[in-house]
Design a protein around this ligand. Structure first.
Ligand SMILES: C[S@@+](CC[C@H](N)C(=O)[O-])C[C@H]1O[C@@H](n2cnc3c(N)ncnc32)[C@H](O)[C@@H]1O
Length: 400
């Protein structure tokens, strides 16, 4: 696919020139999202929610957090019941965005399991200061439960027992874009093009790194993923979520005992690395509008890429995690009781009709198979003792 030409903002011209005139797509994605002075997340310009750039499940209403709390409470009680010697259990949210999931989750846990109140703490792990500033305003109102921000490196020094949640954060990790053309593989790069004294961005083909070659070989030998798949056209583009492996390795050192729940855009390798998907999964979002033009309005749009399910599970298994199971968000939320929430709306008085209709719409969006309902929930467990049994209510039959 040929991207329409896109103007390069001043700040990015400097970054690209300073790095020798062209950068990898990975570096480009990292800069436009996380550059401390200009990245969309780093500056906090990006807004999540119905009136923001895009919606996430927790931004629709507190129902997502209320349902997730049921599973989290199960896990905390399982940890408490086990013989683990821990006075405090940590609930860690990675990439908390606006902070609403953390806030609503803690409020619901305290509501449904008040005995846990003094035994839990909330830890937020946020890369970008612009987002953290907004989280502070939302989460600091929590009175009953201790709350702090940390980073993975500091947590590794003082590992914890508890639950880690990563909702829609891995899709914002920078990815390598890989190009298969003729019989060759390239690493996608981004370069400057000057037309009448104005700088534009354009894609260029760079030499693949040894890590890329290793990823392709390992995916083939371990997971039987064929790169490129058979019957591709003359140019086939895909992505590699190259930071997920080291992220899972570090996280396994953060948690002594407990669970990790990843919720994100994800698909099986057969669908991901399919000849028909010849431009990968990357998409750009701004003001609720999605576009495949990844170079447009650099630093003013979100970029998001799907995860490959088998690769993610494999990375987890090779880094000390046990796989608990995986399902679509729609199934998971129905198993946790979403239909009972819908049913309860029948009892709402006619004065609250508009609020009830809004809530109904948000609940349906959470399970919509064409939208958030297609997200994947992937759960993993870490235990030192080998006898920790964590429930899997989110994988059970839906409650009707
Ligand atoms: C799409 S938002 C998800 C927000 C939230 N979890 C939700 O569901 O509404 C991604 C969040 O992850 C943060 N982030 C991106 N990369 C990160 C990283 N490596 N570690 C921690 N946070 C990160 C972003 O700054 C942002 O707050």
């Amino acid at each position: 696919m040929i991207d329409p030409i896109a103007r390069c903002p001043e700040w990015l011209i400097d970054r690209i020139v300073n790095r020798g005139g062209s950068i990898s797509f990975y570096e480009y994605m990292d800069l436009v999202l996380n550059d401390p002075e200009n990245g969309f997340y780093a500056t906090g310009k990006l807004k999540i929610g119905k009136s923001g750039d895009f919606c996430t499940s927790p931004s629709l209403s507190n129902d997502f957090a209320r349902l997730l709390a049921i599973q989290v409470v199960d896990w905390l009680l399982d940890l408490e019941k086990s013989k683990i010697d821990s006075e405090l259990f940590s609930i860690i949210e990675i990439g908390p965005g606006e902070g609403t999931l953390s806030r609503d989750l803690i409020m619901e846990i305290v509501e449904i399991a008040p005995a846990l109140t003094n035994k839990i703490e909330l830890i937020l792990v946020e890369l970008n200061f612009g987002m953290r500033r907004r989280q502070e305003k939302v989460v600091n109102n929590l009175k009953d439960v201790n709350c702090r921000w940390s980073n993975i490196e500091d947590l590794i020094l003082r590992p914890v027992n508890g639950v880690i949640i990563a909702n829609e954060v891995l899709d914002a990790f920078p990815v390598e874009r890989l190009i298969f053309s003729g019989s060759k593989v390239f690493r996608q790069g981004v370069s400057l093009k000057k037309i009448n004294d104005v700088y534009f961005l354009e894609f260029v083909d760079l030499k693949p790194t040894s890590e890329i070659i290793e990823f392709l070989e390992e995916s083939n030998s371990l997971l039987k993923i064929e790169f490129p798949p058979k019957h591709i056209c003359d140019r086939w583009v895909t992505e590699w979520h190259c930071d997920v492996q080291s992220w899972l390795a570090k996280l396994s050192k953060v948690l002594i005992n407990g669970s990790l729940l990843i919720v994100d855009y994800a698909m099986e390798s057969k669908r991901y690395y399919n000849a028909m998907r010849n431009d990968g999964t990357l998409i750009s979002y701004r003001d609720q509008v999605a576009t495949p033009n990844l170079l447009k309005d650099a630093g003013l749009c979100d970029l998001t890429a799907h995860l490959c399910i088998e690769s993610t599970i494999n990375y987890a298994l090779t880094n000390g995690w046990k796989f608990m199971g995986e399902t679509r968000q729609g199934q998971a939320l129905l198993a946790l009781g979403l239909s009972t929430f819908l049913y309860s709306l029948q009892n709402i008085s006619s004065n609250d009709l508009s609020a009830a209709l809004n809530r109904r719409e948000s609940l349906l969006r959470l399970v919509d198979p064409m939208g958030l309902g297609d997200f994947r929930w992937m759960a993993f467990q870490k235990d030192n003792s080998n006898d920790l049994i964590l429930g899997k209510r989110f994988l059970e039959e839906p409650i009707s």
